[in-house]
Design a protein around this ligand. Structure first.
Ligand SMILES: Cc1cc2nc3c(=O)[nH]c(=O)nc-3n(C[C@H](O)[C@H](O)[C@H](O)COP(=O)(O)O)c2cc1C
Length: 154
């Protein structure tokens, strides 16, 4: 299958998971491409004012996997802005993951993933709530592996 991994990553954690995911998907025989979202003004946090430098085209993908950090107990503003602006998600099968610093999902991760899935459904996508990586957890590596396995079960 053709799989588009669309992520925002400020400090590299989400990117690290996405790169390992892409590798795993390719080893399973899929065509996986990694697309990174960037904002023109890196300091802008007002979702409605964020201008994206690139808006990935999703029409060639069978499945889209979204990845984002948690910012302020919410989905990162850049990913929120992308989900608000895109018109490419209608009818798509979408899976998602978030990375967060704190060790427990209730410290922003669950809320952020919920926001991601709600935004996907509002755009007509079939969202599948998939996983949270808690960066400061002592089980982080195991968790990354579990999330990658769930995201790769396509
Ligand atoms: C502005 C900002 C706000 C953050 N808010 C939270 C938060 O509410 N909860 C949390 O667990 N981590 C929070 N973090 C930490 C990031 O979610 C975490 O380090 C994430 O893995 C970073 O991903 P990235 O390296 O792909 O940007 C925040 C980080 C930043 C920069």
């Amino acid at each position: 299958m053709k799989i588009g991994i669309v992520i925002y990553s400020k400090s590299g954690n989400t990117l690290l998971v996405a790169e390992a995911l892409a590798k795993n998907l390719i080893s399973l025989g899929h065509l996986a491409s990694l697309e990174k979202l960037t904002a023109v003004d890196k300091k802008q946090i007002d979702v409605k004012k964020i201008v994206l430098e690139s808006a990935p085209k999703l029409d060639g993908y069978d499945v889209v996997i979204l990845g984002s950090p948690v910012h302020g107990f919410s989905l990162s503003p850049v990913m929120q802005a992308y989900l608000l602006q895109t018109s490419e998600l209608a009818g798509k099968r979408v899976k998602g993951f978030v990375t967060q610093h704190f060790p427990y999902p209730w410290m922003g991760g669950s809320r952020a993933l919920g926001q991601m899935m709600t935004a996907c459904k509002a755009k007509g996508a079939h969202g599948e709530n998939t996983g949270i990586v808690n960066w400061s957890s002592k089980h982080r590596d195991q968790r990354i592996q579990e999330v990658i396995e769930k995201l790769s079960a396509i």
